[in-house]
Design a protein around this ligand. Structure first.
Ligand code: AQP
Length: 340
């Protein structure tokens, strides 16, 4: 059986867990677009991940379609890339169970995202939230993926995926597992790989933050973008003279990083342009560059959201293509493990 893709394969996903924001866009989706011409690109809507924390069922259904619309509005072409819903391919959950038996508890205990998301109430967190990284490993390995474009927050999960793949290959080397899973490489682009909250430069911009003032959402109007940026937390000083000065000024660093990512300019260039200026002046220009980039994506996103039959068709076709790619892998995994 030939499990090898003709081209190297890229896999990534976004959770339909709320309104997407510029962190998701800059840290992940924007990079997906650039890869679709050169790689066999598989972009998933990871709804099984989303339910590791409670989701309103009606909203979840809508959010799934919204992530698909956001992918396409951002420039992912469904004729080039496979766009599909994770729960529609049961092999994700099947392989995740097998990998639950490969991964070690000690490995999961080190995952910082679980600690952050579970917070003080760890005993009350779902088992799914704890085992989340194993499901993510399953998503990636099920497609024999080589590259995984993600934001900086997912780096540790990627390292775990590599450990799981290596252990699986070793554990089953005698029954066909040797080199079975390619060891995937993370792809973390520095500009925009960690966009912080507009209200707290130490906290990641996140869909689940209760305040929408902390993030710029894909759906935001130009006015909302302007207002959120003008009200973003800054500090009492003028803009810094050197990039190094940003290290102790998290809010300034965040706003300058966002500018640099959207304007596609280095931090050095942005700092040189605005050094010694007032935040109010800089924020005005920042809002302009964000509106210029996100405005057309928002308009297309709204248009696509209203065209449900098109989105459903894209997802149906994506499911078929994802099944074609993943069925031989899960069948082979079962043979290797001795199941069935
Ligand atoms: N703030 C961010 N900066 C850069 N990249 C980010 N990503 C998320 N937040 C930022 C990247 O977006 C992709 C999809 O993320 P996800 O949907 O899997 O969930 P998440 O990482 O947990 O993101 P959120 O927005 O914070 O969602 P909630 O609040 O639901 O947990 C990933 O590649 C991620 O790195």
């Amino acid at each position: 059986m030939n499990l090898k893709a003709d081209r190297k394969r890229v896999f990534s996903g976004v959770q339909p867990s709320g309104s997407l924001h510029i962190g998701n866009y800059l840290g992940a989706i924007k990079n997906f677009v650039g890869l679709q011409d050169d790689y066999d690109s598989v972009y998933c809507i990871v709804d099984l991940h989303a339910i590791t924390v409670w989701q309103d069922p009606a909203e979840l259904k809508e959010n799934i379609l919204e992530v698909a619309a956001a992918y396409i509005a951002s420039g992912i072409d469904p004729r080039k890339a496979t766009i599909f819903v994770q729960s529609q391919i049961p092999a994700h959950a099947e392989l995740a169970w097998i990998l639950n038996c490969t991964a070690r508890i000690g490995w999961l205990n080190r995952i910082t995202q679980f600690k952050e998301k579970a917070g003080k109430n760890r005993e009350k967190a779902s088992v799914g939230l704890y085992a989340y990284p194993n499901l993510m490993a399953s998503d990636i390995l099920l497609y024999h993926s080589h590259l995984v474009p993600v934001g900086d927050d997912q780096k540790q999960h990627l390292e775990l995926t590599r450990d799981i793949a290596q252990k699986f290959n070793n554990d089953f080397s005698a029954s066909g597992g040797k080199d079975f899973f390619p060891i995937p490489e993370p792809m973390i682009l520095s500009a925009g790989s960690r966009v912080m909250s507009l209200r707290d430069g130490q906290k990641k911009m996140s869909k689940s933050d209760p305040s929408s003032m902390t993030r710029i959402e894909l759906i935001d109007t130009d006015d909302q973008i302007n207002r959120k940026i003008m009200k973003a937390t800054s500090d009492a000083m003028l803009l810094p003279e050197k990039v190094d000065d940003l290290e102790v000024r998290p809010e300034a660093k965040n706003l300058i990083t966002i500018y640099s990512a959207f304007a596609d300019e280095t931090l050095e260039k942005v700092v040189a342009r605005f050094k010694g200026k007032q935040f109010s002046r800089f924020k005005k220009e920042l809002a302009e560059v964000v509106v210029e980039n996100m405005g057309p994506i928002r308009d297309e996103f709204i248009r696509l959201k209203a065209d449900k039959s098109f989105i459903v068709k894209v997802l149906d076709e994506g499911r078929e293509r994802a099944a074609e790619k993943s069925t031989p892998v899960i069948s082979e995994v079962k043979l290797i493990v001795g199941l069935g």
